[in-house]
Design a binder for this molecule. Structure first.
Ligand SMILES: Nc1ncnc2c1ncn2[C@@H]1O[C@H](COP(=O)(O)OP(=O)(O)O)[C@@H](O)[C@H]1O
Ligand SMILES: [Mg+2]
Length: 264
């Protein structure tokens, strides 16, 4: 690619390379279908938010992307590689997938016996990053999410907002191509929620590719390129945030939004 081509504006979203591509994904638990023919694309540099009621299949969808859950049918592609197809996991290099996809969970999942900085070093150590470089990067990442001053604290000594920011630093440690967030603020109080959303806003401004499950609808409206409403394991409606959140076409979407008091 020449300099002049590289300097042209980004292509329209539809033609951008997808970092995550899901097609015809189905998943059942105990014979009960919880994801039903889901198609989803997360183009590089974009933010896709998934919204919907509890039990709708959002977490299962996220877990299918990084193979914490095995889909029954369909295709999952990450960074151009098929990792799951037709009921079979075909990922040849699981460690590479783990590096490519960073994940932030609702309940932080930090290692309780390690300090904040050790939590961020650990993933790098496992991936073979030399200790000194891993430590330098961990400190830089903790600084980036605003918790460098808490580097030597253990998770139980940290507030929820601090723990989640450490978890974000950890998810960034192996320079992932996409970050998955599963309700990252739903166990936080309003102030901690603001702290974490502000870190996520900065990541968005930096061009990070993100797939996000959230109940923070104003935040989803603000940062997302695409919003997907999932209900009963199916995508009911999707589109631009203003379309889906302000003028939804489907009655089910309107009903869901009304329960938040954000739409009539
Ligand atoms: N490991 C599991 N075993 C059995 N049922 C599960 C499992 N994980 C999720 N489910 C069920 O699948 C459905 C979707 O769950 P989930 O993906 O967690 O939804 P959401 O994240 O939208 O709340 C729920 O009915 C849930 O009880
Ligand atoms: Mg969930």
């Amino acid at each position: 690619m020449t300099e002049s081509v590289a300097a042209t504006p980004p292509a329209a979203p539809a033609s951008r390379e997808a970092v995550v591509r899901i097609e015809g994904l189905c998943k059942s638990f105990d014979g009960r279908l919880v994801l039903d023919r889901v198609n989803l694309e997360v183009p590089r540099g974009s933010i896709v938010s998934v919204i919907g009621q509890s039990g709708g299949g959002k977490t299962t969808l996220m877990r299918c992307v990084n193979l914490l859950e095995r889909p029954d049918r369909g295709t999952v592609e990450v960074a151009g590689e098929v990792v799951h197809q037709g009921g079979r996991t075909v990922c040849r290099d699981l460690p590479r997938l783990r590096r490519t996809v960073g994940m932030v969970f609702q309940r932080f999942h930090l290692f309780p016996h390690l300090t904040a900085v050790e939590n961020v070093v650990l993933a790098q150590r496992k991936a073979g990053v030399p200790e000194e470089r891993a430590l330098e990067r961990a400190v830089a990442l903790l600084r980036r999410v605003g918790v460098a001053h808490r580097a030597l604290a253990q998770p139980e000594q940290l507030s929820g907002g601090e723990q989640q920011r450490v978890a974000i630093a950890r998810a960034l440690a192996l320079t992932p191509e996409v970050l998955l967030f599963d309700e990252p603020t739903s166990s936080l109080d309003p102030e901690a929620t603001r702290e974490v959303l502000s870190v996520m806003r900065e990541l968005a401004a930096d061009g990070m590719t993100m797939l996000l499950v959230t109940h923070e609808l104003p935040f989803a409206r603000e940062v997302s390129d695409h919003v997907v409403f999932v209900d009963g394991g199916r995508i009911v409606e999707e589109g631009r945030p203003t379309d889906v959140l302000d003028t939804p076409a489907e009655a089910r979407t309107r009903e869901f939004l009304a329960s938040y008091g954000t739409a009539s």
